[in-house]
Design a protein. Structure first.
Length: 216
């Protein structure tokens, strides 16, 4: 499960990268600054959504889909690809409402002495990558859920799920593909794509720092 991530890029830097390196018309619609580190469900985040053939919006949306807020239905911030491909409603949503979420890292937690320590996971050769996602529009607001899959060999040491990670070209192809082709993108990052992990120093509590110091 991916419950926190990092995006140290800005909306305008993402816009400039896509405009420079990808085919299509990219429309900048970001209206507010977003968190850079420790981004959590319900936060406003930056995403890229295809409006129509070769036109894409870079805009703020919210992380997490909640179907019935009054009755406090669960906040769905991760969606399993197995559920998306196997259930009619979710597959229809995937067919029409795909987006990509830019990220520079995501977090998972390792347990030390019954205390969970956040670790930052990134790609060694890509400062920026994209997380395949779906979205839903409710009351003129857009809400998203990241797509998760089984882990590759690297992430398996830490967790039994991982987000679907795409490079820039793959991400645009994912938005443009038909449903069955887009499903093929939703697989673990190949084991030969090098990943890196380190303690997430920027978001440690003092208690976590003291515990790590004890184990040095």
């Amino acid at each position: 499960m991916c419950s926190r991530f990092e995006n140290k890029e800005t909306g305008i830097s993402i816009f400039e990268k896509l405009k420079k390196d990808s085919m299509g018309n990219f429309v900048y619609e970001v209206t507010e600054d977003t968190n850079k580190i420790n981004i959590s469900p319900t936060n406003s985040i930056i995403s890229v959504i295809r409006n129509k053939k070769t036109e894409y919006s870079i805009k703020n949306i919210y992380w997490g889909i909640q179907f019935d807020k009054q009755n406090e239905s669960p906040l769905i911030f991760n969606s399993r690809i197995e559920t998306i491909s196997g259930k009619k409603y979710w597959k229809q949503l995937f067919a029409k409402n795909r987006c990509i979420i830019p990220a520079t890292a995501f977090y998972e937690w390792k347990e030390i002495e019954k205390t969970k320590i956040p670790h930052r996971i990134s790609l060694k050769n890509k400062e920026l990558f994209f997380i395949a996602s779906i979205f839903l529009i409710q009351e003129d607001l857009t809400f998203s859920s990241m797509i998760t899959t089984v882990p590759n060999k690297f992430v398996r040491q830490i967790h039994n799920r991982m987000p679907v990670l795409l490079n820039q070209n793959e991400a645009i192809d994912f938005l443009n593909a038909d449903t069955e082709e887009a499903l093929k993108f939703c697989k673990p990052l190949p084991d030969n794509d090098e990943m890196d992990i380190s303690v997430a120093e920027d978001i440690l509590t003092q208690r976590q720092r003291d515990l790590l110091a004890k184990h040095k």
